[in-house]
Design a protein around this ligand. Structure first.
Ligand code: NAD
Ligand code: GLY
Length: 370
């Protein structure tokens, strides 16, 4: 096995720094982190901590987390939300505010987001708004959240007209990615996380793409070395992008590869029917097809990416919503400018660009892949 494809043997703790001046913070990746008193020192201390979680994750991990942070806070309250993308809405957000106000949580109260990307995005947005901003900590418990959503400060809720349309850029104080939590993650959710892992290869790091291809079976079987390496590499790649362009005025948009088609799939099928990672995986198949039709990548490269997404256990054919509906939904994408849809396109040399595409070709892509 070559150096590029070898799994680095390192099961110990890994740390990746997000460099944003006085808002910099570490992402700590490893096993048994809940039991390590030291790492929680940067989470803060004071009168009140609020763990925001959901009905699925609470019975699994809320008690251990409460125990881990109890010596730092006079009281730890747990705010439980319904589980699901369909609850990533204004009503759930308001429930967080209701509880914080009822508990008389002050502006030093630290919110702990314990769960996947849905909980992380909502808790971050609640932290950005409550009393005009309170600190928060991300404790991602899905693969998708560990490699993407907990890092970089994008927070949001959905609107019936579009995914993540109401939100803020608001950075956490600390991210704690405990690999042990992935042991309870259902296989379908794990595959959804692999979509975001795969995403980083074609847009930023072709050797990492090769590595994922060579190690996809180890990743699917949740080999700790392979997982630790993949999560660390994804966080490093994302950290570099976020440090350059925190608020997505330029280069950060490449992290949305697959998302223009993917968000249309998620919204069009109905929130929660397609998992976010599934929609992104299928969206990347469509994004690669569009890149190929525009002459940016070879057919062989597009097929290679498609095969890897399929091997990760992800769907590669989108729902038949009709081209008109796709185009209508994609018009709501946050990258649209002056009513024109902009796509993240990939190139043979391993970089990505953002541009418009002729409507007729976009429709061909939809017809060929849905
Ligand atoms: P999710 O939060 O819905 O979690 C998936 C499912 O797994 C849920 O049912 C959850 O309760 C359950 N779960 C979580 N941890 C578990 C565990 N350890 N064991 C067993 N079950 C567990 O979905 P997700 O895929 O984590 O996140 C998707 C969301 O993230 C979407 O809303 C998407 O828009 C958002 N997102 C945000 C960013 C960002 O930069 N902020 C990036 C990517 C995705
Ligand atoms: N998930 C895309 C981003 O964080 O910018």
């Amino acid at each position: 096995m070559s150096d590029v494809t070898a799994v680095p043997k390192q099961t110990s703790r890994r740390t990746v720094e997000i460099e944003l001046g006085d808002r910099s913070y570490p992402i700590i990746i490893g096993h048994g982190l809940f039991d390590d008193g030291f790492i929680w020192s940067s989470a803060g201390e004071g009168d009140c901590a609020a763990i925001v979680t959901n009905t699925t994750v609470r019975p699994l991990y809320a008690e251990s987390l409460a125990k881990a942070i109890s010596s730092r806070f006079k009281r730890v309250i747990v705010i439980e939300l319904q589980d699901g993308e369909v609850y990533k809405d204004a009503a759930s957000l308001n429930h967080i505010f209701d509880r914080l106000l009822t508990e008389r949580a002050d502006r030093k109260c630290v919110l702990f987001a314990l769960g996947g990307g849905v909980i992380g995005d909502m808790t971050g947005f609640a932290a950005a708004c409550y009393m005009r901003g309170v600190p928060f900590v991300q404790i991602p418990t899905t693969l998708l959240a560990q490699v993407d959503s907990s890092v970089g400060g994008k927070t949001a809720i959905n609107h019936p007209l579009g995914k993540n349309m109401i939100g803020a850029f608001y950075q956490p104080r600390l991210v704690v990615a405990d690999l042990d939590t992935l042991s309870t993650l259902p296989a379908r959710q794990f595959s959804a996380g692999l979509a975001e892992v795969i995403k980083y290869g074609p847009i930023l790091d072709l050797p990492f793409f090769d590595w994922i291809e060579a190690n996809i079976d180890a990743l699917i079987s949740r080999d700790p070395d392979a997982l630790g390496h993949a999560i660390q590499r994804c966080c490093e790649l994302k950290a570099a992008v976020v440090a350059k362009d925190e608020q997505e005025s330029s280069v950060r948009a490449v992290l949305n590869f697959g998302h223009t088609f993917g968000h249309a799939i998620e919204t069009g099928a109905g929130y929660g029917v397609w998992l976010h990672g599934e929609a992104v995986g299928c969206g990347m198949v469509m994004g690669a097809d569009l890149s190929m039709r525009l002459g940016l990548i070879s057919e062989a490269y597009a097929m290679r990416l498609r095969r890897l997404i399929e091997r990760a256990g992800l769907p590669i054919v989108g729902p038949r919503l009709g081209a008109d509906r796709y185009v209508e939904l994609m018009g709501h994408d946050k990258k649209s400018e002056g009513g024109e849809i902009r796509f993240v396109l990939i190139h043979d040399d391993g970089h990505a660009s953002i541009r418009t595409a002729p409507g007729a070709i976009v429709r061909q892509v939809i017809e060929a892949n849905c």
